[in-house]
Design a protein around this ligand. Structure first.
Ligand code: ASP
Length: 591
């Protein structure tokens, strides 16, 4: 071993001891005949002082530059009182350098590491191996490793087996596009990369492996949003002979223990909320309960008003009319309201009606709003009473298709919570339960809300008679408005699985072709089973406070699903394509 200690591990207790460090030159300073080198490794920094008395070593220290890789031997000593650096883990000591060996030189890095500099993300990703040297990046990857190790320990102690499942496989539907891999040995056929290990973990249950977990890579070819990556990591879990309460209990305990161990944060028992309540009160199936604002439905009070914008949706069962009261925000300037109107437009809302409540005692006179003249006073009062409006409040309204209103006002609720600093606590975990089995597409067909292997709460006959209203045995764990994980009790009965396929419009032949192996497995003694999967990247993002998911992945893809460092995806040569039985429709332009 070349080093005796990591830089960041040096402290007063080592005073007087001779040590050897290996790392990178973070900063070099020349102070009137004395040279200071800050040496950096993944654990932090240490300051090494070189005196001119050791001539040869001093001359070497004089020649090193930023990011040279060096080995330093020296003696730890306490810093003089005035020179202690409280911002540095090893800030109470320094090392008097005896020997210095340059293990490798470095060109001037494309961006400085010795001070914070705002570098474009493209450059950071192109030189990720340098970017990851930044202490804040190293800290995130280290925390990620502590998180997975805590989770593994918990699952190991609770009798879970870590089993790997294939990457080259068939489609596993989770609602995204597949990444496909052409087969050389089977001309014209393709593997799909797994969107999740879903079907394999169910087959492991059929095989009797009872409690399974895997920290698994999943692949989904989606249009990227800020918190998505084409490949991402799940903590994937499946169990047999446990019901939803058992599974939620077990995994809630895992997350509680994780937060305690890694962040020293204590969560109490997580509240449970139905999907219906979450949508009604928060306009979201992953409500952020740190935010005190709530939606209050008012369609019953607007059915008969002589104002189409409200009366139309109020009388349409597919629509929703809801109010969002923001306490004390009546002084909000017009410009800000305009900005919020634009914001809800992103979700398809055609406008943002509002009432500023200046003085309720003055009746309509005390209300400032473009819409009050359209609504009879008793209705207005009933609405203001229902939302609990007080002088100084502003009340926003949404009236449109239910989804548009929930998305728009739910989104506005979140935005207001942040803009107006309304969050009441740091962490708010909960379970959302009783999801619908299906959601309706624009053409009236149904898609599985979770995935098609989720068990309904009703019988197969009831399901086929009224699929749109059926609830599932699914559950999501939500933290601070982010879905941390989700899962369900699965279907273990072949007849039920086929009923769900029928509802989804998957006929007998397609069932056999795509899911024949699953239907077979369900014939040969499938136990009752269920599980869930956590999104590791999002979990790490929340626990590190990172602004984007790319900050907690060592080598992420860009927003356009490319890797700017390795230049992937890349063009392949004609021979490779021929072997894969592929002819491109257009020749790619020479790069
Ligand atoms: N496979 C599911 C998903 O990827 C999770 C689960 O149901 O366990 O979302």
């Amino acid at each position: 071993m070349m080093r005796s200690h990591y830089c960041g591990q040096l402290n007063e207790r080592l005073d007087g001891q001779e040590i050897t460090l290996c790392g990178w030159v973070h900063r070099r300073r020349d102070h009137g005949g004395v040279i200071f080198l800050d040496i950096r490794d993944r654990e932090g920094l240490a300051q090494v002082v070189f005196d001119p008395d050791r001539e040869e070593t001093f001359a070497k220290a004089d020649r090193v530059r930023s990011e040279y890789v060096v080995k330093v031997t020296g003696k730890v000593r306490l810093r003089p009182a005035g020179a202690v650096n409280p911002n540095m883990a090893s800030g109470a000591i320094e090392v008097l350098g005896y020997e210095l060996e340059v293990l490798n030189q470095a060109e001037t890095p494309p961006f400085p590491l010795d001070e914070y500099s705002d570098v474009g993300e493209e450059t950071r990703l192109r030189y990720r191996f340098i970017d990851l040297r930044r202490p804040e990046m190293a800290a995130k990857l280290k925390l990620r490793s502590r998180i997975t190790s805590s989770i593994r320990r918990y699952l190991d102690e609770n009798g879970f087996l870590d089993v790997e499942t294939p990457i080259l496989t068939r489609a596993t539907p989770e609602g995204a596009r597949d990444y496909l891999v052409p087969s050389r040995t089977h001309p014209g056929s393709f593997f799909a990369l797994p969107q999740s290990p879903q079907l394999f973990k169910q087959l492991l249950m059929v095989a009797g492996f009872d409690r399974y977990y895997q920290i698994a890579k999943c692949f989904r070819d989606e249009d990227l949003r800020a918190d998505r990556q084409p490949e991402f990591t799940q903590i994937d879990i499946e169990t047999s002979f446990l019901d939803e309460a058992d599974i939620m209990g077990l995994t809630e305990k895992m997350v509680r223990q994780l937060f305690k161990e890694v962040l020293d944060v204590e969560f109490g028992d997580f509240p449970h909320m139905t999907f219906e309540e979450a949508m009604r009160r928060y306009g979201s199936d992953k409500p952020d309960l740190r935010n005190p604002l709530e939606l209050v439905d008012v369609e019953d009070l607007l059915k008969d008003v002589d104002f189409k914008v409200f009366a139309g949706p109020a009388n349409d069962p597919k629509c929703r009319v809801t109010a969002l009261r923001v306490p004390g925000a009546a002084s909000m300037p017009r410009k800000q309201i305009d900005d919020y109107t634009k914001y809800v437009g992103i979700f398809g809302a055609k406008g943002l009606a509002y009432i500023k409540v200046n003085a309720r005692a003055q009746g309509v006179e005390g209300l400032q709003s473009p819409i009050v003249k359209n609504i009879a006073e008793p209705n207005l009062n009933a609405i203001l009473d229902r939302v609990g409006a007080q002088d100084g409040d502003i009340v926003f309204f949404g009236a449109d298709k239910a989804k548009v209103v929930s998305d728009a006002l739910g989104g506005l609720r979140i935005k207001l919570g942040h803009d107006l600093n309304l969050l009441t606590k740091e962490w708010a975990p909960l379970w959302v339960v009783d999801f619908p089995m299906f959601e309706e597409n624009d053409d009236g067909s149904l898609s599985a809300l979770h995935h098609p292997f989720t068990s309904p709460k009703c019988s197969a006959v009831e399901l086929e008679a009224g699929p749109a209203g059926a609830l599932s045995r699914a559950y999501d764990m939500v933290l601070n408005g982010t879905e941390l994980g989700g899962g369900s009790i699965r279907i273990h009965d072949k007849g039920m699985q086929q009923a769900v396929f029928r509802v989804l419009g998957i006929g007998e032949e397609e069932q056999q072709e795509k899911f024949g192996f699953l239907l077979d497995a369900l014939k040969y003694g499938a136990p009752p089973h269920g599980g869930l999967a956590f999104g590791l990247d999002r979990l790490v993002m929340l626990m590190t406070g990172a602004a984007s998911i790319r900050e907690v992945i060592a080598f992420p893809k860009t927003q356009s699903a490319a890797d700017v460092m390795t230049q992937a995806p890349g063009v392949v040569d004609a021979k490779a394509l021929r072997e894969l039985h592929i002819r491109l429709r257009e020749q790619p332009k020479a790069e």
